[in-house]
Every structure is written in structure tokens, then in C-alpha cells.
Design a binder for this molecule. Structure first.
Ligand code: C5P
Length: 236
């Protein structure tokens, strides 16, 4: 497999073409941004942890019948993935109120929901990723009803899987964001990452935040939180 030219550089990842048109290489960076790019920084070692954690979750999810873009971990920071056309939706599942949910609806952070919530945002930096509902998604043709039904089904299934896997490591899964993509034959698969950048993880006993909120909220010990999540999942 030959790594060819860079085709994309995002906030936390670079993507490269390969000599196979159906495969791409993702390269995880240590760069961190928050508030739609207004806050910028570096979290040393984050790329390595996010690469490894995402790949582990994706391998386990594939075994649990959730198709993903993961193909092979190539190095500490690089992973071979299937090329997809990203569905421009952020799919957010929440078990506990925090972040924008608490702010938008005036709900105390830490309020545990009886059932998980699921919401969509339209992935569009210029518009600030606005929340979007099903009928609006169909109106601007971001996904069809059957595609959206599948995305919802996968999102809840991923929540069940992540919640129980993390609890075994003493971690409460508060909420997370997923992205899906479409392969050339139209199959919907999980793409992007599952990491402390895209999830809220709290220590199940102490409630300590072990995710990117430490960076967003200037809580300190940001690197330590990523390392602790890695330790919980992989040991030393
Ligand atoms: O900010 P908010 O409360 O809406 O975030 C919900 C979850 O989605 C958090 O786990 C956050 O890390 C994730 N998220 C993300 N990328 C975004 C927006 C939210 O990973 N652009």
C-alpha cells in the first residue's frame, strides 16, 4: 500500500490518497481546536491515543455487526480506511446532560436521562453546525429516510456497546458524536473517530472529566486525562 498525496487536512486529522482508489490513510494529529476553531492548542500524544482507541472500538463494533471504515492500523498515528463520501451530519447521542444540551435547554450538567437522546447537526463550519431535524435533512437531501433510519439504529447500538465496554473500565459514557459515510456501492458505514475528542468520558466513581472538556474548559491536566483513558482501555 503506497501513501500518496494529502487530500484533506482537518482540525485533528490529515487524509491521504493511496494507490487503491477505495482506500485512504488517516493520520491523527496532536492539534486541538474548540468552539468551531476559535480556541487552538496542542495535546501532546493525543493523535497516538485517538488512533489506537478509535481502531479498537471500530474492530469491536465490526464484530458486533456495525460496519465501519476501519481496515488496518498502519502505525502509531496512521490507519488505513475505506474511502467514503461523508454524510454531512453530526450524530450526537447523550446519556447524561452536559455541554450544549445543558446550555440550550437549561438542564443541570449530570442529569441522567431515562432514555438516551439522539440529535443531528448539519456539518457546516460556515453555518456553525446548526441542529437539524429529520424533515429538514430530507428537504436539503443530506440523507434519505431509509439511510437516516439505519444511522439511528447504528447510533443506538454503538451507544449500548460503548456504554457497557467503558463501564467495565470504570468510565461513564456521557455523550458522543458519530459521523457516517457512504461507500461507492451506497452502503452506510461508521467513519471518523471515537475518542476523548469526540466523547465525554467521566470517571464512574469520582465524576472526573477524562476528555476534551479539560481543554475546552481550561481544567488543566489535559494530556493526563487522555493518558488515563488509554490506561483504562489498554492498561500500561
Ligand atoms: O457540545 P455538545 O454538548 O453538543 O457535544 C456533544 C458531544 O459531541 C460531545 O461528546 C462532544 O465532544 C461531541 N462533539 C464533537 N464534535 C463537534 C460537536 C460535538 O465531537 N463538532
Amino acid at each position: 500500500m503506497k501513501k500518496l498525496e494529502q487530500i484533506y487536512e482537518g482540525k485533528a486529522k490529515k487524509v491521504f490518497n493511496t494507490d487503491d482508489p477505495d482506500l485512504l490513510i488517516v493520520d491523527y494529529k496532536d492539534d486541538a481546536t474548540a468552539f468551531n476553531g476559535e480556541k487552538k492548542g496542542t495535546i501532546v500524544g493525543k493523535g497516538v491515543i485517538n488512533n489506537r482507541m478509535t481502531n479498537q472500538f471500530m474492530r469491536l463494533l465490526a464484530a458486533d455487526s456495525v460496519p465501519t471504515h476501519y481496515v488496518e492500523e498502519l502505525s502509531d498515528r496512521e490507519t488505513l480506511v475505506k474511502a467514503v463520501k461523508i454524510v454531512p451530519l453530526e450524530v450526537i447521542v447523550r446519556n447524561i446532560a452536559a455541554g450544549s444540551f445543558s446550555k440550550r435547554f437549561g438542564v443541570r450538567e449530570g442529569t441522567v436521562f431515562k432514555k438516551p437522546t439522539l440529535e443531528f447537526s448539519y456539518k457546516n463550519d460556515d453555518l456553525g453546525d446548526p441542529m437539524i431535524n429529520d424533515s429538514q435533512i430530507y428537504a436539503i437531501e443530506l440523507a434519505t429516510p431509509s439511510e437516516l433510519a439505519l444511522i439511528r439504529e447504528y447510533a443506538y447500538k454503538i451507544n449500548d456497546f460503548l456504554k457497557s465496554t467503558l463501564l467495565e473500565c470504570g468510565i461513564t459514557l456521557v455523550d458522543f458524536k458519530l459521523e457516517f459515510g457512504k461507500t461507492s456501492d451506497g452502503t452506510i458505514i461508521l467513519a471518523d473517530e471515537i475518542s476523548p475528542d469526540t466523547c465525554r468520558f467521566w470517571d464512574a466513581k469520582t465524576g472526573e472529566k477524562l476528555d476534551k472538556d479539560r481543554f475546552r474548559q481550561d481544567l488543566g491536566n489535559v494530556e493526563g486525562a487522555y493518558q488515563e483513558m488509554s490506561r483504562r482501555l489498554f492498561g500500561k
